[in-house]
Write a protein that binds this ligand. Structure first.
Ligand code: NDP
Length: 293
């Protein structure tokens, strides 16, 4: 039987994910700012709910894609006891493991499943339906979640129990953040030495230091001075905090991630809540007195 899917959170990445959902399933959406939900409904034929509780009352599976686990918890408060046994919440938020375990416990009391299902691949990957999706949870919920999220993903992997996917996503994003910072610092020095940024990146991309940051982000966003806003720096700062906690909770040294957390945390109030994550490089350029071009 075709599942009826609810989608809560039509932000930068949630919206293109929800478009794939609406193309494959009868879909109902709710967004805090109503106009975004109405615009989405006009373009996709999805229906709009008056509240998160109204979504839950009318669908089989709910997907949340919100900034933090605290926001998911607030939405669960609003839903209250609106759940029916056998429903499933797929949380695509880049959340935190403790928050996802709490959500899973709350829902288990209603006989409702919970799977943490964060994504990687950015807004371009979401539009293309090629996101990597990490799943944390137990069967049969993980299998059911996989059948839904595959419509926006190129790779779906069950990585462990509830919370494991949020931990993995946080570590992945900590690696991204460390890389942006290190590439920014290294290239600032090279440009001051007279090496063109494009030349340095060409060499690095044929060498052992290459990464998504050197192959895509710097050529497309920094050297061009395009600075598109696709993933807020505030969210990457949040991810670094989650990763730090994961390391601390497991008694693992966290020096590299701590340094990145300090840098992104300091840049956040300067650049603002809407700045893109790559704009950290602007702070490095300012301190170095050079533009990476
Ligand atoms: P945005 O800031 O663009 O959108 C956030 C969405 O959540 C909006 O729909 C917003 O509603 C809604 N929202 C925020 N707070 C609340 C709340 N308290 N209650 C209800 N709704 C709320 O974020 P993104 O879409 O970029 O990111 C969503 C999640 O996906 C984050 O965890 C992020 O880390 C992760 N992610 C993002 C990627 C990206 O490239 N952007 C890539 C991979 C993961 P409103 O419209 O009213 O503001």
């Amino acid at each position: 039987m075709t599942k009826h899917v609810g989608f809560i959170g039509l932000g930068a990445i949630g919206r293109p994910m929800a478009e794939h959902i609406a193309n494959h399933f009868p879909t109902m959406v709710w967004n805090r700012t109503r106009e975004r939900a109405d615009a989405f409904a006009r373009e996709t034929g999805a229906s709009v709910a008056e509240s998160p509780r109204a979504v839950v009352e009318q669908v089989d599976v709910v997907i949340t894609c919100l900034p933090t686990s605290a926001d998911v918890s607030a939405v669960l408060d609003a839903i209250g006891d609106g759940w029916r046994e056998g429903q499933l919440l797929i949380d695509a938020t880049s959340g935190d493991p403790a928050g996802s375990r709490q959500a899973a416990d709350r829902l288990a009391a209603f006989g409702v499943g919970f799977v943490d299902a964060p994504v990687s691949g950015g807004t371009a990957g979401a539009r293309a339906g090629r996101l990597t999706v990490m799943l944390g949870g137990e069967e049969p919920w993980v299998g059911q979640a996989g059948e839904i999220v595959e419509v926006y993903s190129g790779k779906v992997e069950h990585v462990g129990p509830v919370g494991a996917a949020h931990a993995l996503k946080a570590v992945n994003n900590a690696l991204l953040a460390i890389n942006i910072m290190a590439v920014g610092e290294g290239l600032a020095a090279l440009v001051k030495l007279g090496v063109k940024a494009g030349v340095a990146l060409d060499v690095i991309n044929a060498s052992s230091g290459r990464s998504n940051v050197t192959e895509n982000l710097f050529p497309e966003r920094v050297v061009t001075r395009a600075w598109p806003r696709t993933f807020r720096l505030a969210l990457l700062d949040k991810d670094l905090g989650v990763a730090l906690k994961v390391l601390e909770d497991n008694g693992v040294p966290s020096g590299a991630i701590r340094v990145a957390k300090e840098a992104f945390g300091a840049a956040r109030p300067v650049l603002g809540e809407e700045a893109d994550h790559v704009e950290l490089v602007k702070e490095i350029e300012k301190a170095a007195g050079v533009e990476i071009t």
